[in-house]
Design a protein around this ligand. Structure first.
Ligand SMILES: [Zn+2]
Length: 198
């Protein structure tokens, strides 16, 4: 079994929240001044799916940044911010990558942006081997690295037939390989709806 790289990532968000600028080239900008960010909780590993599932419009992008912090280093700058169309486009690209993986058909359309991370290695006595330590440069880099980790773990990415969200299935995910629903509740709701309309 391949050893996954360890991802070490600390990120900040503005406790005063974020807003959308007006006009062309709309950006998601911090409300607070420099030096007032607070630490985000450590990533759980599922943020990339939240990103892909919820960032489909400007409201979804603003909600995501408010909860998880800005996507790029520029987003931490109160004078700059994240371009909202770039954020939405990244989420769209991620969904297209999931589509390609689920169809087992990469083709020429699949595109993963290059990930910017600081990489070091250390000797791990527990596995008697080198372990790689990745420190992503931004939240966006961390999200794409999560996609890479998921693919490396051999986890399936599937669309729930009830809610349409992407979920993980297969060993170690709590959902069996080939599962059609993201959770037991959606399976029950879907089947009872089918009975009542069929
Ligand atoms: Zn569902």
């Amino acid at each position: 079994m391949a050893q996954l790289p360890i991802v070490e990532f600390a990120w900040m968000r503005d406790p005063k929240g974020y807003r959308l600028t007006e006009g062309k080239q709309r950006r998601i900008v911090r409300n607070g001044p420099f030096g007032t960010e607070v630490a985000c909780p450590p990533l759980t590993g599922e943020e990339f799916r939240v990103f892909a599932n919820t960032v489909t419009d400007e409201g979804g992008a603003l909600d995501f940044v408010t909860q998880y912090g800005p996507l790029t280093q520029a987003g931490r700058d109160p004078e700059h911010g994240d371009y909202v169309n770039v954020v939405i486009h990244q989420a769209l690209m991620m969904r297209q990558v999931f589509d390609a993986i689920a169809a087992q058909n990469g083709g020429p359309g699949i595109f993963v942006p290059s990930i910017d991370a600081h990489v070091t290695a250390f000797w791990d006595p527990a596995v008697k081997n080198l372990r790689w330590l990745f420190t992503p440069n931004s939240l966006l880099d961390a999200l794409w690295l999560q996609v890479g980790q998921t693919v490396t773990r051999g986890v399936q990415l599937r669309i729930c037939e009830h809610c349409g969200d992407w979920f993980e299935a297969g060993a170690g995910t709590g959902r069996r390989a080939g599962a059609r629903f993201c959770c037991h509740q959606h399976q029950i709701t879907h089947n009872s709806l089918k009975r009542s309309t069929g």
